[in-house]
Design a protein around this ligand. Structure first.
Ligand SMILES: Cc1cc2nc3c(=O)[nH]c(=O)nc-3n(C[C@H](O)[C@H](O)[C@H](O)COP(=O)(O)OP(=O)(O)OC[C@H]3O[C@@H](n4cnc5c(N)ncnc54)[C@H](O)[C@@H]3O)c2cc1C
Length: 429
């Protein structure tokens, strides 16, 4: 039995390893070094295109928890990352060249791996894993648009920051919907004129992430970062996402000069996204400037916002929780293209796909990772997120199901992580 994997990036390499070690023949298609995306530079597989950090190793953080899960599940890429680590405090940072070299040589040591160099423009027949990443080549994107449907393939993402509910000051903020319609799904952060003017001034002067040449402003027309909107004029935000009409204080019935709205991000309602606040401000500036929003002065940011070039699909429409195409069970999508966001998340999806493609071709039942694990919570998000305005997701504690309570967040998160490790170890036995 043979499996074709398109793209030898983070997801494709992890997926390949999971199949190769089971003795499955793998055709690994990679366009490098014949053709490079605008961000890829190195001839080796599994290239880290930007930062060399794979986030924290602390299991009380989402990134640390996910990496430990991947270690339990025998991830080749996390093993290589551990071997290529450079000192970075509690984070796992790697020597990027050694890392890519090591992953490449480990994969090449398998006799059942067949590397097919060159750009893929149409999918091969049979079992296929598409793992061509956020910078999938244009020709392949065109044929994928036919497969997925034009409306379900996107080319940039616009992510608003997420804050924890417990960090919002409800002496200032209040729940309620515009014109009182709805079920109090929103939290409102109201501005006086002075507060708004101060916020506006800081926002238009905030430090922006340096975009790559290929991420020109045209790419982001549909996403409109909040700071770009603000720069259009002092009142632009008040006629957009900060529109105050129809929002009154439930006790005093008072209206406001401007209002930022927060919308529930997860079913449990302990995380909220700041509506319309997709941004290219640096993380430090997001923390400083968004804390000027009344009620968010002590905000804990679970995820920061971003706006960047990213090819990804509308996963809730197209995939099931096994990253398998609903319309064709022989095709899987792994990595950033599937709608996960980040290095370790791409590795995680590649691993899950590798395990279940093997299960599919050997007539075994699929591993169904529960939502109490980070690896399962990510695929659950892809399956169940709203398909309207679907946005990619990185690992975060807000998507993991649990019943733990503790005032100390680190203690609570450690319990969540340990429970997940116990579940995964049991699944393997
Ligand atoms: C500019 C940029 C910076 C990023 N920085 C970070 C960061 O700092 N931290 C983080 O956590 N995440 C970052 N990401 C997001 C993401 O985690 C990484 O892009 C990650 O590498 C995605 O893994 P992947 O396996 O899905 O894709 P990739 O690792 O990009 O692998 C895809 C592979 O497919 C190949 N390919 C593409 N098209 C074809 C084709 N038609 N035929 C054959 N091969 C093809 C590519 O050459 C590539 O090797 C960044 C993304 C971008 C675009």
């Amino acid at each position: 039995m043979k499996v074709s994997i398109i793209g030898a990036g983070l997801a494709g390499c992890e997926c390949a390893y999971q199949l190769l070690k089971q003795g499955v023949d793998v055709d690994l298609y990679e366009m490098k070094p014949t053709k490079f995306s605008p961000a890829h530079k190195d001839k080796n597989f599994a290239e880290l295109v930007c930062s060399n950090s794979l986030k924290s190793n602390l299991i009380s953080t989402a990134g640390g928890m996910l990496k430990q899960e991947l270690r339990i599940l025998d991830s080749l890429l996390i093993k290589c990352a551990d071997e290529c680590a450079v000192p970075a405090g509690s984070a796992l940072a790697v020597d990027r060249y050694k890392f890519s070299e090591l992953v490449t040589s480990k994969l090449k040591s398998f006799k059942n791996l067949h590397i097919i160099e060159g750009e893929v423009t149409d999918l091969p027949e049979g079992y296929v894993v598409i793992a061509t990443g956020p910078l999938t080549s244009d020709s392949l994107s065109k044929s994928l648009a036919k497969l997925f449907g034009d409306n379900y393939l996107y080319f940039f993402d616009a992510i608003a920051p997420i804050v924890s509910r417990e960090s919002i000051d409800f002496n200032v903020a209040f729940e309620g919907d515009r014109y009182g319609k709805g079920n109090s799904d929103y939290i409102n952060c109201p501005f006086t004129k002075d507060e708004y003017m101060n916020f506006y001034q800081q926002l238009i002067g905030g430090e922006i992430v340096q975009l790559h040449d290929f991420e020109n402003s045209k790419v982001f027309e549909g996403c409109m970062p909040i700071e770009v909107l603000a720069k259009r004029g002092v009142d632009a935000m008040r006629y957009g996402p900060l529109k105050p009409v129809g929002i009154k204080n439930p006790v005093t019935n008072k209206g406001y000069y401007a209002v930022v709205q927060l919308r529930k991000e997860n079913v449990m309602g302990d995380y909220y996204n700041i509506v319309g606040f997709q941004t290219n401000l640096t993380y430090g500036e997001q923390s400083r400037i968004f804390k000027l929003i009344p009620g968010l002065q002590n905000a804990e940011f679970v995820r920061f916002g971003s706006c960047h070039k990213n090819t990804y699909i509308n996963a809730p429409k197209l995939l099931n929780r096994f990253y398998q195409l609903k319309s064709n069970p022989n095709i899987f999508v792994a990595g950033q293209l599937s709608g996960v966001e980040g290095y370790i998340e791409s590795i995680s999806s590649g691993l899950a796909v590798g395990l279940n493609v093997y299960n599919l071709i050997s007539n075994r039942s699929f591993y169904d990772f529960p939502n109490t694990t980070m690896i399962g919570a990510l695929s659950n998000y892809l399956e169940n997120a709203s398909s309207e305005n679907f946005q990619p997701m990185s690992s975060n504690m807000g998507i993991v199901a649990h019943n733990f309570k503790d005032k100390d967040k680190q203690v609570k998160n450690t319990k969540i992580a340990n429970k997940s490790f116990e579940i995964l170890n049991n699944m393997l036995n």
